[in-house]
Ligand binder design. Structure first.
Ligand code: NAD
Length: 497
C-alpha cells in the first residue's frame, strides 16, 4: 500500500457523534512501512476529555443504559460482536496502516476480538450476588455486584483494538460506561471502531473515544474525579505515573505492563518445535509484544546446536511490506521505538554480548524503519540486554546447567509477565510451572491468549490485575451489601448490633 496523497481525518467520538477537538488541532499518523503520513488525528485536551467523561457519566445513569436488564446488555455486546465480524477487513486495513502489523496477523486478530464480546455478552447476566448467613438474627443480608461507573481505558500502539477490547468488553458487560484514549501513534482504528457502537444499538455516551498524547489527553482522563477506574496497557514509566495520579482521586487501576520473559529450552525438547516457539516468541510482530520471549535460556549441552538451528530458520525470513501475505516480519511501528531498539543493540555489543545474527537496520523504503531479527549470544543475565525491555526483534541467549539454574535465571528480573518451557518431561513441566514467577506459563507452546483465560503480571513492573476470563469482570464491579430487617422493632439505637 502507498501512503495516500490526501490525509484521512479522524475526529473524536463523544456522546454518539464524531466531533472536532476543541483546539481545532490535528496531528499526523504515519504508515510505518513507508514512514509517510496517511492520517490526521484529533489532538484533544482537558476540555475534550471533560466533555467525554460527562457524556459517559450521563449515559451511566440514563434509563437507556442503566435500566437495561443484564440480559439485554449482553445481547448488545453480542450484536457488537456480529458487527465487528461484518467489518473485519475495513478495521484490519486501518490498523495495519496505522501500526504496520502484518495483514496476515491483524485480520484474524480483529476477527477474534468479536469473540470477547460474545464471551462477555454471555457473562453479563451471570454476575450474581450471594445471600450471607450472618451471625445476626432478624435480618436478610445479601450482596450485589454493581458497575463501578465511568471507566477510562488507555492503550498502547502494538495491538490497539485487541488491547482495548480486553478492557472494554468486561467493562460494558459489568454495566460501566467508558472513555477510551488510544495511543497517539495508532488512534485511527479505534475511531473507526466507535462507529459500530451506534450500529449495534448502544445508547450514545456509553462508549466515547478521545485521541491525543498521553501527557495531555491521557493525563486529564486519569486525573478526572468522575472516572472510577483506569484500565491501562503500556510501558512501565507511564504505568507508574498513572498509578500515582490515580491515587489522588482514589481510583482503582488495572495495569498491564512490560516483560522480559524467559523462553526455556531443555535438552529433551523437540528441537524443531522449540525453534518455532522461540521464533514466535521474539520475532513475530517484530518483537513488539509485551509477552515477547526476549530471553532464550538454553541448556548448556544443546546450546550451540540450538542456536545454529535458530539461525538456519531465520536465514530466509521475509521482511518488508506488511500487506503481503508472504511477509513474516514487518516494520517497527514508530521511529522512537526504532531508535530505542537500535540503541539496545549498541548496548548489548558494548556489554560484550556476541551478535550471532542480524543487528542491523534495513533500508527497505525511504522512511520506513526495519530491524533485522537479531540474536545475541554469550549474554549474562545481569546485562542490561537481559534485564530491560527492548520491545523489538532482539533475542538474548543465556546458557543454563539444570532446572534449578534455569529457574534462578528465569526469575532473575524485576518482571513476571510470561514464560515458556520446552521439554518432553511432564514432571519437569510441572516443576517449572510451579516455580516460575510469571502470570502466564506456556509449556511446549508460546504466545497463546484467549478471552477465556486470565492474563496479567505476576508481581512488580509487569502489572496489577487480570484481563480476560471470568474474573476480569470483577475489576469493573464494586460490591454492595444489603441488610433487610425482618424484625418488627428497631433494637436499642445506642448499641451497635
Ligand atoms: P506507553 O506507556 O508509552 O503509552 C501507552 C498509552 O499510555 C498511550 O496511549 C499513551 O498516550 C498513554 N500515556 C502515556 N503517559 C501517560 C500518562 N502520564 N497518563 C496517561 N496516559 C499516558 O506505551 P507504548 O510505547 O504505547 O507501548 C509499549 C509498552 O506497552 C511496552 O512497555 C509493552 O510491554 C507494553 N504492553 C503491555 C501489554 C500487556 O498486556 N502487559 C501489552 C502490550 C504492550
Amino acid at each position: 500500500m502507498q501512503a495516500q496523497s490526501k490525509l484521512e481525518k479522524f475526529d473524536n467520538y463523544i456522546n454518539g457523534k464524531l466531533c472536532q477537538p476543541s483546539s481545532g488541532k490535528y496531528f499526523e499518523s504515519e504508515y510505518p512501512y513507508t514512514g509517510l503520513p496517511w492520517a490526521l488525528i484529533a489532538q484533544s485536551n482537558k476540555e475534550d476529555v471533560n466533555k467525554a467523561v460527562y457524556a459517559a457519566k450521563d449515559a451511566f445513569t440514563s434509563p437507556e443504559w442503566a435500566d437495561l436488564s443484564p440480559t439485554a446488555r449482553g445481547k448488545l455486546l453480542r450484536k457488537l460482536g456480529d458487527t465487528i465480524v461484518a467489518n473485519v477487513d475495513r478495521l484490519a486495513k486501518i490498523e495495519m496502516t496505522d501500526n504496520g502489523k502484518l495483514a496476515t496477523e491483524v485480520i484474524p486478530q480483529v476477527k477474534y476480538i468479536a469473540e470477547y464480546f460474545y464471551y462477555y455478552g454471555g457473562l453479563a447476566d451471570k454476575i450474581q450476588g450471594e445471600v450471607i448467613p450472618t451471625d445476626k438474627t432478624g435480618v436478610f443480608t445479601y450482596t450485589k455486584h454493581e458497575p463501578k461507573g465511568v471507566v477510562g481505558i488507555i492503550t498502547p500502539w502494538n495491538s490497539p483494538l485487541a488491547l482495548t477490547t480486553w478492557k472494554l468488553a468486561p467493562a460494558l458487560a459489568a454495566g460501566c460506561t467508558v472513555v477510551i484514549k488510544p495511543s497517539e501513534y495508532t488512534s485511527a482504528s479505534m475511531i473507526e471502531f466507535a462507529s459500530l457502537f451506534e450500529e449495534a444499538g448502544f445508547p450514545p455516551g456509553v462508549v466515547n473515544v478521545v485521541c491525543g498524547p498521553g501527557a495531555e489527553a491521557g493525563k486529564s482522563l486519569v486525573e478526572h474525579e468522575l472516572v472510577a477506574h483506569i484500565g491501562f496497557t503500556g510501558g512501565e514509566d507511564s504505568g507508574r505515573a498513572i498509578y500515582q495520579a490515580a491515587a489522588a482521586t482514589f481510583k482503582t487501576v488495572t495495569l498491564e505492563l512490560g516483560g522480559k520473559s524467559p523462553n526455556i529450552v531443555f535438552n529433551d525438547a523437540d528441537m524443531e518445535q522449540a525453534v518455532k516457539g522461540v521464533v514466535s516468541g521474539i520475532f513475530a510482530a517484530a518483537g513488539q509484544t509485551c509477552i515477547a520471549g526476549s530471553r532464550l535460556l538454553v541448556q548448556d549441552d544443546i546450546h550451540d546446536q540450538f542456536v545454529d538451528r535458530l539461525v538456519d530458520f531465520l536465514e530466509d525470513v521475509k521482511i518488508g511490506d506488511p500487506s503481503l501475505s508472504s511477509t513474516q516480519i514487518g516494520p517497527i511501528a514508530t521511529r522512537p521505538q526504532f531508535d530505542k531498539i537500535m540503541s539496545y543493540i549498541d548496548i548489548a555489543r558494548n556489554e560484550g554480548a556476541v551478535c550471532r545474527f542480524g543487528g542491523k537496520q534495513l533500508n527497505l523504503t525511504e522512511n520506513g524503519c526495519f530491524v533485522e531479527p537479531t540474536i545475541f549470544t554469550e549474554v549474562d543475565n545481569d546485562m542490561r540486554i537481559a534485564q530491560e525491555e527492548v520491545f523489538g526483534p532482539v533475542l538474548s541467549v543465556i546458557r543454563f546447567k539444570d532446572e534449578e539454574d534455569a529457574i534462578k535465571i528465569a526469575n532473575g528480573t524485576r518482571f513476571g509477565l510470561a514464560a515458556g518451557v520446552w521439554t518432553k518431561s511432564l514432571k519437569r513441566a510441572m516443576i517449572m510451572s510451579d516455580k516460575l514467577r510469571a502470570g502466564t506459563v506456556w509449556v511446549n507452546n508460546y504466545r497463546a491468549t484467549s478471552f477465556t483465560s486470565p492474563f496479567g503480571g505476576y508481581t512488580g513492573p509487569s502489572g496489577i490485575g487480570r484481563e480476560s476470563g471470568i474474573h476480569a469482570i470483577e475489576e469493573y464491579l464494586t460490591t454492595k451489601c444489603v441488610w433487610i430487617s425482618t424484625d418488627l422493632e428497631v433494637p436499642n439505637p445506642f448499641i451497635r448490633r
